[in-house]
Design a protein around this ligand. Structure first.
Ligand code: HPA
Ligand code: ZN
Length: 315
């Protein structure tokens, strides 16, 4: 029924690799690494995926990531995601990874990076999916800790195209990370940031003016500020929107209230992405399908959204 959506060539520009960890793989890795889990089985874990806000999700997301221990684990995680891309005609992806989620548990930075990067390189060769990897800082931690992570990353500078900013938005404004983003740009890296998911339009202004971002991750609250809307339309600043994520985390109560098509029709360069597909009920095609089912998205709109994703690539 959604074959035509699946068949559209598209890019994914907002995907957390740790958020693509399906419960089945989570259990398999727990067994491989001899880790006891607090859930009896896959079904019990899946039924815990009910969230009232971003923080409730993040608590489970960080707990789930604890099964990722070895280079092979990170490879398997990334490879499983790339197979989904292949099945959904995602021809290019710019995924995030959160090194601090792992280094804070004693997993060396290079173990995480090598596993992810090897899978991405193999995906390029064997599946024909191109990529650009984005190193994301956890905003609930300090800027000093972000600097430490950046120093660990520098020996692998060429493995990345950009730095990003994710985790708990409220109370952690973009300005907290201005200096580390300056440093990243001085090394030739591009920048993106989550802003305006739960946080106010002011955080989007800061991300643009202080962090000098190329794209806004989420950004759905931009619609509350007309001057900001005009700017993102005039400058054609892409928004990486994640519809299923937004309803699962109660940013919108119902998909019928989602503003993505309204933004599209106003000339905002919006794109469709899956964010954390293992937790939110689907990959890119399922996100497109939700817009078709709940918002009456037309074929022409779907094509424009897919084209936007290809145009908004960083590489
Ligand atoms: N928002 C912020 N941080 C995140 C998200 C998100 O949607 N997913 C994973 N980390
Ligand atoms: Zn995200």
């Amino acid at each position: 029924m959604y074959d035509w959506l699946n068949a559209l060539p598209k890019a994914e520009l907002h995907l957390h690799l740790e958020g693509s960890l399906e419960p089945e793989l989570l259990f398999a890795l727990a067994e491989r690494n001899k880790i006891a889990l607090p859930w009896n089985d896959v079904e019990a874990l899946r039924s815990a995926y009910a969230f009232n806000n971003l923080q409730e999700f993040l608590d489970l997301y960080y707990a789930g990531a604890d099964v990722l221990r070895t280079e092979q684990d990170f490879y398997d995680l990334t490879w499983a995601y790339l197979l989904k891309c292949k099945a959904q005609n995602v021809i290019h992806t710019e995924p995030f990874f959160d090194p601090q989620t792992h280094t804070d548990r004693g997993i060396p930075f290079e173990v995480v990076l090598r596993g992810i990067k090897q899978a991405l390189v193999d995906g390029e060769k064997q599946l024909g999916i191109s990529h650009g990897l984005i190193l994301s800082f956890l905003r609930h931690l300090s800027e000093e800790e972000a600097f430490k992570t950046f120093e660990q990353a520098m020996p692998f500078r060429d493995a990345f195209i950009a730095v990003g900013l994710d985790s708990s938005e409220m109370g952690h404004p973009p300005r907290k990370f201005q200096r580390v983003f300056d440093k990243a740009r001085s090394e030739g890296l591009l920048t993106v940031a989550h802003a305006g998911e739960e946080g106010p339009p002011e955080y989007i202004w800061e991300a643009l003016d202080l962090l000098k971002i190329e794209r806004i991750d989420h950004g759905v609250r931009a619609i509350e500020d007309e001057r900001l809307m005009q700017r993102i339309i005039d400058e054609q600043i892409p928004l990486t929107v994640c519809p299923l994520s937004n309803t699962k985390l109660c940013v919108f109560d119902d998909m019928r209230q989602h503003n993505i098509l309204q933004m599209l029709e106003r000339g905002v360069k919006v794109t469709v992405n899956s964010d954390d597909p293992a937790y939110f009920g689907g990959y890119v095609t399922e996100n497109f399908a939700a817009l078709y089912d709940s918002l009456g998205m037309t074929q022409e709109q779907a094509k424009r959204l897919a084209q936007n994703s290809l145009d908004a690539r960083l590489v």
